[in-house]
Design a protein around this ligand. Structure first.
Ligand code: AMP
Ligand code: MG
Length: 271
């Protein structure tokens, strides 16, 4: 599936070692500005809506979209802008927060598996099971050996999902540290945006290099044909949206799906 996407410059090939600093944060592909990209984003939104309807009619597969990134990378914004227009009945977003006491009493994949979308629907993970090899690693909540083991468990988990008709696409929203500084400053200065901030966001900033390393390892270990990672330049929000939505429509558009035949002969119906 992802093989057909090999042309995406943002795709991380299986087992490819990566340095995030080698991936662009501010590029805008073939677009000069937001206005140029707006028409494509709108087209992608309509295509997503149509594809989602086919996905629901076909009802043999699900699409799981994983969004990860540093604080302020734009996970919430991407969801809002890309999925405006998709039928809310067939789209489900799960936010992964600090595990609840109940979640702590289970293996780390339990809450992720419970949130996997049902056939016919699109599921979006706003953060994900990857937090369990990222924040937990950065803050030394688990031993290093377990990080490796969990990465392998994630690969196995995602392979099992994919073999059961769940198409997985994973996006790392890649912003520069300067861009994070700008976004935090903007939120600090705007009374209506301060609610988005927590003290933890400022504390986490100090761990930027550790998060970078944790992301590089996690992405390198878990990008597979059945569950590829894309490192999306995300300094420009409008480009982030159009770049992600393009990959979504290309991939979902290639899935084998069809409208089921009616269970009756419509030509015989007289109203
Ligand atoms: P936000 O996405 O801003 O709502 O913040 C959610 C917070 O939950 C982030 O600081 C995450 O790092 C944290 N979080 C998510 N999953 C885990 C986890 N498995 N272990 C510890 N912290 C987590
Ligand atoms: Mg936050």
């Amino acid at each position: 599936m992802a093989g057909r996407l090999a042309s995406s410059p943002y795709l991380v090939k299986p087992h490819q070692k990566i340095k995030l600093s080698h991936f662009p944060t501010a590029e805008t592909g073939r677009y000069q500005n937001k206005e140029e990209a707006a028409a494509d984003l709108e087209r992608h939104r309509q295509q997503l809506d149509e594809l989602q309807e086919l996905l629901t009619a076909d009802c043999h597969r699900a699409v799981l979209i994983v969004l990860q990134g540093m604080d302020t990378a734009g996970k919430d914004g991407a969801i809002r802008h890309i999925f405006t227009g998709v039928n809310p009945q067939a789209c489900n977003v799960t936010a992964f927060k600090v595990p609840t006491p109940l979640e702590m009493k289970h293996d780390f994949l339990w809450r992720a598996h419970r949130a996997v979308p049902q056939f016919g629907t699109i599921g979006i993970f706003n953060r994900s099971h990857y937090e369990d090899v990222l924040v937990t690693r950065v803050h030394k909540l688990i031993p290093e050996k377990l990080v490796k083991e969990r990465c392998q468990q994630i690969v196995d988990f995602e392979r099992a999902l994919s073999e059961n008709n769940v198409t997985i696409l994973k996006f790392f929203l890649h912003i520069s540290r300067d861009e994070q500084t700008r976004r935090l400053a903007e939120r600090l200065a705007d009374k209506d945006k301060q609610w988005k901030l927590s003290e933890a966001d400022f504390a986490e900033r100090a761990f930027w290099p550790k998060y970078t390393k944790a992301y590089e390892d996690a992405i390198a270990h878990t990008s597979r044909k059945h569950a590829p990672w894309f490192i999306i330049p995300a300094d420009h929000k409008w480009y982030r949206n159009v770049a992600i939505s393009e990959i979504l429509v290309q991939t979902i558009g290639k899935l084998k799906m069809s409208y089921p035949k009616p269970t009756f002969d419509p030509s015989k119906i007289r109203l």
